[in-house]
Design a protein around this ligand. Structure first.
Ligand code: FPP
Length: 248
């Protein structure tokens, strides 16, 4: 049986989040510069997006640029921005054809004007698509996202729109970038690193984590299937006992 056939499509995670890591090390392994690694990472973005949409995954979130990534050499940052711009332009047709809606989480206003404009346009053009949401985390930081939500809620309290006692988990969720998007059930991180690195700190509370040594540019659909199969073989208890789950 192929790996794809081993995926139980009746028990898919509806939201998969991925920390795409190892572009630089993959490039070094091939005697090339880091930018070569990022460029090749784009084909894995395509593979994974297509693979998820084809299976019926409803949300795919990719960590493409963290707020900490601004600290990289300026040449690498601008190459990443150019790559992003080029990729959005080139892939818009594919997103439309495949009924995929593009979303962004993160502080988009601080991205280069051209990039922000292209992203806003792509989001508007794909806004009515239904098959899958492709969510790009750009200039994203999990802690900043929570701080931003706290500030928004504080303003609502100050205006008397909400009482402090009425602040629930749902209220917090609804003030995050991901408002309206269900939490990821599966987090994948490539390249052998085993950290969350400030990614979706609130949303990953109950996610299963899957770590693979594969560098992002060499991550294929088969690797995606492996992660989903592994996820499906785990027991998700949400704090309950195994016995309680049987009777559920
Ligand atoms: C991590 O590898 C990768 C990134 C910081 C950038 C990811 C970007 C892409 C795959 C291309 C553009 C994306 C889209 C969505 C069009 P690293 O540089 O941290 O690798 P290293 O840990 O080996 O140095």
């Amino acid at each position: 049986m192929s790996l794809k056939e081993q995926v139980d499509i009746t028990r898919l995670p509806q939201h998969i989040a991925i920390i795409m890591d190892g572009n630089g090390r993959w490039a070094r392994k091939h005697g090339k510069n880091r930018i070569f690694g990022h460029t090749n990472g784009v084909s894995s973005v395509r593979e994974t997006s297509e693979g998820c949409a084809e299976l019926g995954v409803k949300y795919l979130t990719l960590y493409a640029f963290s707020t900490e990534n601004w600290n990289r050499p300026i040449t690498e940052v601008s190459a990443l921005m150019t790559l992003l711009l080029k990729t959005i332009k080139a892939e818009l047709k594919t997103l439309l054809k495949n009924d995929i809606r593009l979303k962004v989480i993160g502080d988009i206003a601080r991205l280069p004007v051209g990039v922000a404009k292209e992203l806003n346009e792509a989001m508007a053009r794909t806004a009515n698509n239904k098959r899958m949401d492709l969510v790009l985390a750009l200039n994203y930081s999990g802690k900043s996202e929570i701080v931003r939500a706290v500030k928004e809620i504080a303003v609502k309290v100050q205006k008397g729109e909400i009482a402090p006692d009425a602040i629930t988990e749902e209220v917090v969720s609804n003030n995050l970038y991901t408002a309206g998007i269900p939490d990821p059930e599966l987090l994948i991180r490539t390249s052998g690193e085993k950290r969350v690195s400030n990614f979706m700190l609130w949303q990953l509370a109950y996610a299963e984590y899957f770590f693979t040594d594969v560098f992002w540019p060499e991550f294929t659909r088969e690797d995606l299937y492996k992660a989903i199969i592994d996820f499906q073989n785990r027991e998700r208890r949400f704090g309950k006992t195994s016995e309680q789950l049987v009777t559920k």
